[in-house]
Design a protein around this ligand. Sequence first.
Ligand code: NAD
Length: 255
Amino acid sequence: MNLEGKTFVIMGVANRRSIAWGAARALDQMGANLVFTILNERFRRELEKLLDDLEGNHDIVVECDVQDDEQIASAFEEIGAKTGGIDGLLHAIAYAGKDELQGGYSETSREGFKNALDISSYSLAIIAKNAKKIMNEGGSIVTMTYLGGERAMPNYNVMGIAKAALDASVRYLALDLGADGFRVNAVSAGPIRTLSSSAVGEFKSVMKEMEERSPLKRNVDQLEVGNTVAFLLSDLASGITGEVVHVDSGYHVMA
Ligand code: NAD
C-alpha cells in the first residue's frame, strides 16, 4: 500500500512495545508522513530514540494530555499550521489505575471510574472535534479497543466499561463526522504485552488462552495490528465507518 503524500497523527507511543509504535512502523513503511503526540515531556526522549528507526518524514512531536482541553486545542492548531492539514489520526490511548484492574468490578472507585472513562473514552470525542478542523477531504480516525468491552473478562473491570463506551463513541462519531465525509473506526486487538496491559491482573494467562483457543492458535503482534490501522486510515477503506475490526487471531468468534 502506498501512502506517500499522506500525513497521519499518531497518539499514544510510550515505548517500543506500544501498539501506536506498531502502527507508526506500518505507516512509515508505506511512505506516510507522521506527526506524534505525547502525554508529557517525560515521553519525548524515549520517542526521539525510536524515531531514528523510521525512514520517512516524522519531525513533529507535540505534547497533548487528553485530560487538558486547552492543550488539545493548541496541539491540533500547531499540527494544522505545521502540516497544512492531516489525512487521519490514530488514538491509541487508555488508562486505569492498577487497583481497578484486579479483583471484582463492584470494588471500582468513583474516582477510578471517572478517570478511566475520561482518558479512555471521552478523549476520542474531544480529539475528533479538534482533529476535524484540520482534516483533509476523506480523513479517517482510528481508535484501539478490546474484546473486554463486548464481554465480561476477569480483571479487565472498569476498562471493559470504558471500551464499551469507546465502541459506542465510534458509532456516534461515525454518524456525526460522516456528514463531513470523515470516517471513524476501531481496531480490537488481541492481548499484546505493553506498558498498559502489564497493569491488568493475570494478563499472562489471557495471552496463553489466545494461543490455545483462537482459530490461528497464536497471539498477534503490534505490526499486524498496525497494518490494519493503516488500512482503515487509507482510502482503501473509503466505504468503512463505525466499524470495529478484530485483529485477534479470530479469538472473538469462539464460544
Ligand atoms: P501503551 O502503554 O504503550 O500506550 C498507552 C498510551 O496512552 C501511552 O502512550 C500513554 O502515554 C497514553 N496516555 C495515557 N494517559 C494519557 C493522557 N491523559 N493523555 C495522553 N496520552 C495518554 O499501551 P498499548 O497497549 O499500546 O495501548 C494502546 C491502546 O491499545 C489502548 O487504548 C489500549 O487499551 C489498547 N489495546 C491494548 C491491547 C493490549 O493487549 N496491549 C489490546 C487491545 C487494545
